[in-house]
Design a protein around this ligand. Structure first.
Ligand SMILES: Nc1ncnc2c1ncn2[C@@H]1O[C@H](COP(=O)(O)OP(=O)(O)OP(=O)(O)O)[C@@H](O)[C@H]1O
Ligand SMILES: O=P(O)(O)OC[C@H]1O[C@H](OP(=O)(O)OP(=O)(O)O)[C@H](O)[C@@H]1O
Ligand SMILES: [Mg+2]
Length: 325
């Protein structure tokens, strides 16, 4: 039998629960046949798929090496740990959870330092005054080098920090930090502030594909099926289903509905009964319903969609384009 298709899912930390829920919503049930402590799992109803439960940072590393086909991890870890990331992996889709920013933060006491340009001035005068370079504590070494270079800052030195980075300025281990933040509570508790133009990356959890993985025809087919589930769910989440009966509905009305509200008629114009089904973005439901009533509808019903399976699968198309043939 050929090697299994491997999909990696965060095993712990803040991405884990959301990742499990994400697959469940897509109709893919993850199972751990040998119990909760097992780090290998399966997808119920999909043969030859192995789920690898790994830490978010290990998922980024294994994607780079081609040890897994697909994985869920933070964009921050992809950008930090994979040189030439856009060539070696593809971010197929942002998943709407695990949002966090990688930021440059300095002590609040530095009241005159608000921007990266101010920081450049501080760096230069720090070196002159203390005869050593200003220290930046971080685990985002590559992102920091890139971002500081972009802002022309050269008078600094990175102090690698494995944890509790926000404590570095107070403890005297560094002058400032680069770290990830969501609510800002940890920064504030440590007397730090983010520079106005100091956000280097807006990260969130992504579904990521590895170019170096063993993409046999069978593996591609498995990816297609997985991405089909995800795309069907994603499309369903973008719309509500609107149903009504219209005596007079022509192409001009459907065009108007599309142009004004972004609503589509997935099954075409009304059936002979006059029943019309539309898919409409949630924010436009009320204006669409109002227009339909103005055009003669007595009743407009609106319901949620679980899955919408369309002929095209944009996620798989993107993957195919990335992998080539
Ligand atoms: N407030 C946040 N702080 C840190 N990471 C966050 C935050 N919000 C989202 N994330 C995302 O979660 C990823 C993993 O963070 P998390 O702390 O959950 O894992 P971890 O178990 O600490 O992983 P590791 O052991 O590899 O450090 C981050 O790289 C980032 O993409
Ligand atoms: O902006 P906030 O909402 O305060 O969140 C940011 C903090 O959360 C993370 O640490 P985590 O709790 O994951 O601990 P870790 O450093 O051990 O991973 C991160 O490293 C920050 O310290
Ligand atoms: Mg963490």
């Amino acid at each position: 039998m050929s090697n299994p298709f491997v999909l990696a899912v965060p095993s712990k930390g803040r991405l884990q629960e959301n990742a499990d829920a994400f697959f469940a919503r897509a109709g893919l049930t993850l199972a751990k046949p040998r119990g909760a402590r097992d780090y290998r799992g399966t997808i119920v109803s999909l043969d030859n798929v192995e789920i690898a439960y790994l830490s978010a940072s290990e998922i980024a590393a294994q994607l780079a090496r081609g040890q897994i086909h697909l994985g869920i991890t933070g964009e921050d870890l992809i950008r930090e740990s994979i040189a030439d990331a856009d060539r070696r992996v593809m971010l197929i889709e942002s998943l709407g959870f695990g949002s966090a920013n990688v930021v440059v933060a300095v002590p609040q006491a530095w009241i005159d330092v608000r921007t990266m340009a101010d920081l450049d001035d501080v760096a230069t005068s720090f070196r002159v005054k203390h005869n050593r370079r200003m220290r930046v504590a971080t685990k985002y070494i590559n992102l920091t080098r890139h971002f500081f270079a972009l802002h022309g800052i050269v008078d600094y030195r990175i102090v690698e920090s494995a944890g509790a980075t926000e404590g570095a300025p107070a403890s005297g281990a560094a002058e400032l930090i680069v770290d990830i933040t969501t609510t800002g509570a940890t920064l504030a508790a440590n007397g730090l502030k983010v520079l106005d133009d100091g956000t280097m990356l807006r990260s969130q959890a992504n579904l990521v594909a590895s170019r170096a993985a063993d993409w046999t025809a069978e593996a591609r087919e498995t990816a297609r099926v997985i991405l089909d589930h995800i795309a069907a769910r994603a499309r369903a989440a973008k719309y509500k289903e609107v149903r009504t009966r219209l005596a007079n509905c022509d192409d001009a009305l459907l065009t108007e509905i599309h142009d004004r509200f972004g609503a589509v008629a997935p099954f075409g114009g009304p059936a002979s009964s006059g029943i019309l089904t539309l898919h409409c973005p949630p924010a436009q439901l009320y204006p669409l319903g109002s227009l339909l009533r103005a055009r003669g509808a007595d009743t407009v019903s609106i319901g949620s969609l679980d899955y919408v399976m369309a002929r095209d699968n944009p996620l798989f198309s993107r993957l195919e384009a990335f992998l080539g043939t």
